[in-house]
Design a protein around this ligand. Structure first.
Ligand SMILES: Cc1cc2nc3c(=O)[nH]c(=O)nc-3n(C[C@H](O)[C@H](O)[C@H](O)COP(=O)(O)OP(=O)(O)OC[C@H]3O[C@@H](n4cnc5c(N)ncnc54)[C@H](O)[C@@H]3O)c2cc1C
Length: 384
């Protein structure tokens, strides 16, 4: 039996594993990380590479190492040029990833790895039984669910028909095979993922790339105000006992569909150079006609394209809902009206069952899904 099993080896799962090992809360032999990929943080690396991101949005102190200044020291010791960008010191993505890899190696996270997908979770006589790929079962004293949200792409209703008839021409950024084919490209989405993708494709493409978004650019430094990482806003949040109110506070606090000032300038420059066409309108219908995708817009003439990339985010539902629902019912795990876990300060949902990332947001707050939220989860779980 393992002392700890972490389900999900993304940014959050790997960070929690590194913290548990670093603070000697567990030996490598007693820790197991279950994830469908071969290596830690594969999803993160694939997604950020796919959208062509070169600098993170978050500042230099947001990384996986227990020492908050570790990334700054790392940049200096390894002589990285242009290691940090702008006032907030946003780190270079390749350096951030190398720093993560070194940490994972140093703490032995990879040695605790098991490739697979958790498909069931049950409590039996003071231990948790985790089913892997419907085939095998492992036992654990404690389990941490760090599932991320990027496994559940959100597809707009108008895209349903296209997906049925021409799936190779329509891709969601979160899906593995998001490779575009020859021809014109249109990206749909108004957030930072869409903006990164538009920038990187427009720089390379031989024809102008279209970016269609429903609202004008919302310029914000971060996903949520940094005040949400400390007492400035969290004090009131934690005093709020009503979970519906907490959900509303999260929704209000999140700068959804926002981009940084720097990225907006880069997109505007590409537009001026004729490499990018930025359209602010709503798509109300899409169809495949004469080898082209026709996108009917609400207020202007239709757009024709050969490739459609959806940067329309994740489904708002509970991550892992499809296999966790049974566990919730059987073990009477408390959930808020929005369906998300109600957990204690240690992020414990049931005895020995911990959560991180989106699953922990009703306790951690609006930053829960980000790297900073992962650090908070790691700290709370380690101290638990
Ligand atoms: C393009 C992009 C840029 C971002 N930039 C930043 C940034 O600059 N700063 C910041 O703070 N945040 C950023 N974020 C947000 C967030 O930090 C990342 O999405 C991060 O990857 C979240 O980490 P995670 O571990 O929760 O999820 P993931 O990295 O997606 O990892 C979750 C892992 O769990 C696995 N998993 C899911 N279900 C199961 C199961 N049943 N069994 C086993 N494994 C399972 C998944 O396959 C995956 O490997 C960004 C997000 C995106 C998409």
């Amino acid at each position: 039996m393992y002392q700890w099993v972490i389900v999900g080896g993304g940014i959050q799962g790997s960070m929690i594993a590194a913290h548990l090992l670093h603070y000697k809360k567990v030996n490598k032999n007693d820790l197991l990380i279950i994830d469908p990929f071969e290596q830690p943080m594969t999803k993160w690396k694939a997604l950020t590479k796919r959208v062509g991101m070169s600098y993170l949005r978050s500042p230099s102190v947001h990384h996986l190492d227990p020492d908050p200044y570790s990334l700054k020291k790392y940049a200096k010791n390894n002589d990285y040029a242009g290691a940090f960008l702008g006032y907030y010191g946003r780190p270079r993505l390749d350096m951030f990833n190398q720093h993560c890899d070194d940490l994972v190696h140093r703490e032995g996270v990879q040695d605790c790895w098991r490739q697979g997908f958790a498909t069931g979770l049950e409590r039996e006589s003071a231990q948790w039984l985790i089913s892997i790929d419907h085939a095998d079962v492992v036992e654990a004293e404690r389990v941490i669910l760090a599932l991320g949200v990027n496994n559940n792409p959100h597809y707009p209703d108008w895209a349903a028909d296209l997906l049925r008839h021409k799936p190779t021409r329509v891709h969601h950024i979160f899906s593995e095979n998001a490779e575009t084919q020859q021809g014109r490209i249109t990206i749909v989405g108004g957030g930072i993922t869409a903006a990164h993708m538009a920038k990187s494709l427009a720089e390379k493409a031989s024809e102008p790339v279209n970016l269609i978004k429903r609202h004008s650019f919302r310029v914000e430094g971060f996903d949520s105000d940094p005040g949400w990482l400390g007492p400035k806003y969290l004090h009131r949040y934690h005093r709020t006992r009503c979970y519906q109110k907490r959900r509303n506070l999260i929704q209000e606090a999140r700068n959804r569909g926002s981009i940084t000032k720097g990225l907006r300038s880069e997109l505007k420059t590409l537009e001026q150079k004729g490499k990018l066409t930025i359209i602010t309108d709503e798509i109300n219908e899409a169809a495949y006609k004469n080898k082209e995708i026709k996108l009917k817009l609400m207020h202007r003439p239709a757009i024709y394209t050969e490739n459609l990339i959806l940067a329309t985010g994740a489904e708002p539902c509970l991550p892992g809902k499809e296999w966790l629902e049974k566990t919730i019912v059987k073990h009477d795990l408390p959930c808020a009206p929005c369906g998300f876990p109600i957990v204690n300060q240690k992020l414990e949902w049931g005895e020995g069952l911990f959560v991180a990332g989106a699953l922990a947001e009703l306790e951690i707050g609006p930053a829960a899904r980000n790297i900073a939220g992962g650090r908070k989860a790691a700290e709370r779980i380690v101290h638990a």
